[in-house]
Design a protein around this ligand. Structure first.
Ligand SMILES: [Zn+2]
Length: 372
């Protein structure tokens, strides 16, 4: 099942950062010396990011949007759709049993009724495969592969990228964006763009600095989404941070020279600044992106200490450009929704879903200012 494999999208990063068992916590209440909850203001954007894999998660998505998110005070839901939608323009880009346009419309109506902003997401540039497990776009269109000669089964290979300079790529993916924007009646779109490690390999891109290639890709997407479609563009922020300078490491920040792109992109992009560990507990990126004139949306995951500290810094650095807090999940949406509803979660030997559920609850409470 696609979602199962996608569980590990950020697994390597998380494992490195969490140091294995150090990342496990019980999620129970703990004594605190913080101020009473009522003293803390509500952060404006309180979001959750989940996989929207297809028909198998549709009931869970309905429950999430219609009941769970409102009960947690969450007002933004980012749906990582990718191949989970029945595209008409390029039907070959859908996985089996995808969400239909009617499903999307139903979710959009539910969200509207609950005053929730629903944001479709399509991973752009990177994350076109998980190792050798190729996503639907490159599976159907290998001509878009940036590095077809690389062996995805080789040690250290992470995810395939598409070629941002392929002459047919942009109109192709913009067709997909159009369908998602229309079906979900969206006013914002998330383009992913995290953990891009393969750049500058093909004959079109070779010799161009990675920062230029990355900025070019961002600007192309921005021209279409913001310029033409007039929607908000959101993206993950890791490639715009200097790993050496921030101390975040090569997953949460860039050690492959993409980071100077931060000065080459429009200021109206919303940067989803994800950090799941405590490699740098000062979380300097929250201030950094604001100083660059960009809106920053801090995004945490499953470690109590990290979530608490991250939101503490976010509140301390809070200005007009600091948007709130985004809970990420990275495990099966069906299980997350069950857990958030208070039902028993089926645990696996890998990621502890219970910790993710607890992380979402804690993040939502801290973002509302209602957790101790
Ligand atoms: Zn290329």
């Amino acid at each position: 099942m696609k979602i199962t494999r996608r569980h590990f999208l950020k697994g390597a990063a998380a494992a490195l950062l969490a140091g294995g068992a150090a990342g496990v916590w019980a999620g129970s209440e703990r004594p605190t010396e913080e101020k009473p909850a009522a003293a803390l203001p509500l952060l404006p954007r309180r979001g959750i990011h989940v996989f929207a894999g297809g028909q198998d998660v549709l009931p869970a998505l309905e429950r999430l949007i219609g009941e769970i998110a409102p009960s947690l005070g969450l007002n933004w839901v980012i749906l990582e759709v990718g191949g989970g939608f029945q595209y008409i323009s390029h039907a070959e880009c859908a996985n089996p049993n995808p969400l239909t346009k009617a499903d999307a419309r139903k979710l959009a109506a539910l969200a509207r009724g609950k005053s929730i902003q629903l944001v479709p997401m399509y991973n752009c540039l990177g994350h076109q495969s998980w190792h050798a497990d190729v996503g639907p776009l490159l599976r159907a269109h290998p001509e878009f592969n940036e590095a077809p000669d690389m062996d995805p089964t080789a040690e250290g290979f992470y995810c395939m990228s598409w070629c941002p300079r392929h002459p047919e790529l942009k109109p192709f993916v913009f067709d997909l964006f159009d369908e998602l924007l229309d079906a979900f009646e969206a006013t914002a779109f998330h383009v992913g763009m995290d953990e891009v490690f393969i750049l500058g390999q093909c004959s079109r891109c070779k010799g161009t600095p990675n920062a230029t290639l990355f900025a070019e890709a961002v600007n192309d997407l921005h021209s279409y989404l913001v310029g033409k479609r007039k929607v908000e563009m959101q993206m993950w922020g890791d490639r715009l941070l200097d790993a050496a300078q921030t101390g975040y490491g090569e997953w949460e920040a860039s050690a492959n020279d993409t980071w100077p792109a931060v000065d080459m992109i429009p200021k109206d992009i919303v940067i989803c600044d994800w950090h799941y560990g405590l490699d740098n507990p000062e979380f300097p990126s929250i201030r950094f992106f604001q100083d660059k004139g960009l809106r920053v949306w801090p995004a945490g995951w499953n470690r109590e200490e990290s979530i608490r500290r991250f939101i503490e810094v976010a509140r301390k650095e809070s200005g007009p450009l600091m948007l709130g807090y985004l809970c990420t999940t990275w495990v099966d949406t069906n299980q997350i929704v069950k857990g958030l509803a208070g039902e028993t979660v089926e645990e696996t030997r890998g990621r502890r879903r219970g910790n993710v559920v607890a992380g979402v609850k804690l993040g939502a409470e801290l973002a509302r200012g209602t957790a101790g």
